[in-house]
Design a protein around this ligand. Structure first.
Ligand SMILES: [Fe+2]
Length: 525
């Protein structure tokens, strides 16, 4: 079954024309690349369903609160071939499960055809138990090295079985760097990369809203903007927001309200509450004037950056230690970079502080591609730059470099009771803790080499290799994180059981640091 699905998807995945070429739908739960439906931005009263079809069709959505009984429907509208169309379902009841079905009719057809029946849920009330899922970098462009489509489908099937309320992608899912290297600057080429993922993500996304986190290889980044409508940042920004219905401020969501010329709202940072949890997605790439990690088309650094503690120790010990830190940075090709230039930006930081301070949720989950968007490691780099306040030599320069900010980002997470900070980027499972905040690095969903990449950058914590995803179950009293492994039949063996749990842990609601202790320190100037 899986192999058959892989063949169906892969032929469009790597053809470079996934959107334009009509292909037969499986008519089953399989990832029919010719047609996909992706849920997004659910609220207490509404949800959005994005429909993508390889052929132009007339379509509507019918829905209701009883399985198989669709008592309401949207107006019919035309869905043009290769262009996602969003159906907004409003006037819904809070904390309610809905069942829905998309109906389509191509030119020349008399009757509408029913697509897969699916479901969604409106905002949970406090006290309700629910689950959400998280995957690390999928990297479809690294076929065979870090990505296998059959394994990806395996992971998608595990997630779909869980029926989580949300599924987070931690970034590096839509690399456009080969297009940049080849100078292939066209919206259709970028769109095809985003459409590729829909064949796989549709397996989950038809019944689970997807939440994208921006990664470095997306190159959806401010430093590439040049004032024109035709640059890679604009093309990526438009594809992200057109192919995935991401949240913008309104309803239960807050977030980035600043439109960008030629794109509109970026929908790159956003937050909302659901049950007893606050979810916060943040992004440095759209807010830094420089390339945060790798510049477009170049390789990302493979070595870990100096940890703040090591840097501090060396700086205190002797000058040569500082030089060692600089040499390490130089080896990464970052020696001349001022990493204070990497930033969430003023507006996002102030929004993040307000969001975390004001929320009374028992659990607070924060998502970003990586600490400050670059480097390797988790808590090892959490003391650096605007995340931790210290420079590479261990000197605290926070209030010199960020004079209007309350405190470094890690301190903000600590003092507002953040439960777990989720990141991708390093391509392994790593659970660490710093000052009561869990730093959870997320595994790749489809790495056929089953490697713990960049493990040398992690000096503590629970480390496990790829592949799989995280299932998080939130109850009123606790949140349980489970690392669910994925294996193809040929990969299975002792200790390698598809669907097994490699690691799990339970966290309790955190008490934020009392106000007396969370006063901002006196600026050091
Ligand atoms: Fe990555």
């Amino acid at each position: 079954m899986v192999k058959w699905l892989v063949a169906l998807v892969a032929c469009s995945l790597f053809s470079g024309s996934a959107v334009a070429q009509p292909r037969p739908s499986t008519g089953s739960a399989g990832p029919a690349s010719a047609f996909s439906q992706i849920l997004g931005r659910p609220t207490d009263r509404a949800v959005t369903i994005s429909v993508l079809s390889a052929a132009t069709v007339d379509a509507f959505v019918e829905y209701g609160t009883t399985r198989g009984s669709y008592t309401k429907k949207t107006p019919v509208r035309t869905v043009n071939a290769g262009t996602p169309a969003e159906f907004e379902l409003g006037d819904l009841s809070p904390s309610t499960a809905y069942f829905y079905r998309v109906q389509t009719k191509a030119a020349g057809e008399v009757e509408f055809t029913s697509r897969d029946a699916a479901y969604f849920r409106t905002q949970r009330k406090q006290g309700e138990t629910f689950t959400f899922g998280v995957q690390g970098d999928s990297h479809p462009e690294r076929l065979g090295k870090m990505y296998d489509p059959e394994l990806y489908i395996q992971t998608m099937q595990h997630v779909a079985k869980d029926a989580p309320d949300f599924y987070f992608l931690m970034g590096d899912d839509f690399s456009i760097e080969r297009l940049i290297e080849r100078g292939n600057k066209s919206q259709s080429a970028v769109d095809a990369i985003y459409a590729h993922q829909r064949g796989f993500l549709g397996l989950v996304g038809k019944s689970t809203p997807l939440m994208l986190v921006n990664g470095n290889h997306e190159q959806a980044a401010k430093y590439l903007l040049d004032g024109t409508a035709n640059n890679f940042a604009v093309l990526a920004g438009k594809a992200r927001t057109n192919f995935f219905p991401l949240p913008a401020p309104g309803g239960i969501y807050s977030g980035n309200a600043e439109p960008v010329e030629h794109i509109g709202l970026l929908r790159d940072y956003y937050a909302w509450e659901w049950g007893d949890a606050l979810f916060v997605v943040i992004d440095p790439y759209w807010h830094s004037d420089v390339a945060v990690d790798n510049e477009a088309g170049t390789r990302a650094p493979q070595q870990p950056v100096e940890s703040n503690r090591d840097a501090k120790r060396r700086a205190r010990g002797n000058d040569a230690g500082g030089n060692q830190a600089e040499q390490l940075a130089n080896r990464q090709g970052k020696g001349n970079r001022d990493l204070w230039q990497i930033t969430l930006g003023e507006a996002q930081y102030q929004w993040l502080g307000k969001t975390l301070h004001e929320s009374k949720a028992k659990f607070k989950f924060v998502f970003s591609h990586h600490v400050s968007g670059t480097g390797r490691g988790g808590v090892e780099v959490a003391g650096l730059y605007e995340w931790g306040g210290e420079d590479r030599r261990g000197v605290d320069r926070f209030f010199q470099m960020r004079p209007k900010w309350e405190k470094p980002i890690h301190d903000l997470l600590r003092d507002t009771g953040v439960t777990i900070f989720f990141q991708g980027h390093d391509h392994l499972y790593a659970r660490q803790e710093l000052d009561g905040v869990i730093y959870q690095t997320c595994p790749n969903p489809a790495d056929p080499t089953f490697t713990a990449f960049n493990a040398q950058a992690y000096k503590s914590g629970d480390i496990f290799p790829n592949s799989g995803y995280l299932r998080v179950t939130v109850t009123p009293d606790s949140a349980k994180v489970e690392y669910v492994r994925s294996f193809r039949p040929q990969d299975e063996g002792e200790g390698k059981t598809n669907g097994s749990i490699a690691h799990s842990y339970v966290v309790k609601p955190r008490e934020p640091t009392p106000p007396a202790q969370s006063k901002p320190p006196e600026p050091k100037r």
